[in-house]
Design a protein around this ligand. Sequence first.
Ligand SMILES: Cc1cc2nc3c(=O)[nH]c(=O)nc-3n(C[C@@H](O)[C@H](O)[C@H](O)COP(=O)(O)OP(=O)(O)OC[C@H]3O[C@@H](n4cnc5c(N)ncnc54)[C@H](O)[C@@H]3O)c2cc1C
Length: 298
Amino acid sequence: MKAAPFAYVRPSRLSDAIAELAETRGGGKVIAGGQSLTPVLAMRLARPDTLIDINSVEELGALTRSGPALHIGATVRQRRVERDPLGASVPLLRLALPWVGHRELRSRGTVCGSLAHADPAAELPAVACCLDAELTLSGPNGHRRVSAREFFHGAMTTALTPDEILTSVRLPVAAAGEGFGFAEIARRHGDFALAGVAVRVRLRAGGPEATMTAFGVSDRPVTRDLSERLAAAVNDGGDGLAGRLKEQLVAVVEEIVDTDGDIHASRDYRRRLLLALAGRELSKAYERARDGAEEVTT
Ligand SMILES: Cc1cc2nc3c(=O)[nH]c(=O)nc-3n(C[C@@H](O)[C@H](O)[C@H](O)COP(=O)(O)OP(=O)(O)OC[C@H]3O[C@@H](n4cnc5c(N)ncnc54)[C@H](O)[C@@H]3O)c2cc1C
């Protein structure tokens, strides 16, 4: 099938892009990498009257580190973050990116595009939630900052209003004493996840802090503080931390998996996947934090 007709504009300034989008009064759509939007257009599941291509807006192409944060502009490709040495400052992102489709898709797809698209089974929204990233949304009334955990409202639904552009995301760079874990189960490599987890562990004097974000199991990424459960499993001592963690996490996982079964997996199967992944990745993240091996190479 071919896309329904649309007008196409390619402004070179952010203010013009915002003005063009506002002028469409909700009928326009931003296009970044086009890896999700183009198939949707071709199937006529979306029929925008205007596409606002943001790829010529120079100020949206920045990938910079400023103090404790990595700043990723709206047109920065996923593959660039995967390869650029700056990307290594956010190890969880580097762990997750190879799971996003295939390399060819990541060469076009943008980090912000994936966040704006808000597929509940996508990897990068889970990373943003786990790290409590900050998103900048820009519209006719200026810029506003939204935490990733408040950005995702449901499947393909976010805090973005029809006249706003997601202009950048800021993620905290890793500090000493932190460790990360990321994994998913999909039917084939490059497919969306049936269930997945992003995990961050921080060692503190009072005990370890642990955050886990699950994806593919609800209509949006689900984040939980697992510090007490990790501390309990660690304090039990001995080998087999992943197994002890699984025992600690049964009730949390039961509560998180909030999707009816579908043609790919039942609810019970997703729970079992999530439990196995959560135990394993939390244990790995703890060991990485303890061993000071938070840097990830790809
Ligand atoms: C075969 C295939 C497999 C894939 N597998 C995966 C996978 O395993 N995991 C995964 O996460 N993704 C997967 N994807 C999608 C992924 O490739 C895209 O990178 C990502 O979802 C969208 O990024 P994009 O820059 O291409 O966005 P686009 O396709 O350009 O846009 C996607 C949506 O977000 C909006 N949008 C984009 N940028 C902005 C912005 N800055 N401000 C406001 N709105 C914006 C668009 O209007 C559109 O609604 C797959 C895609 C394909 C075709």
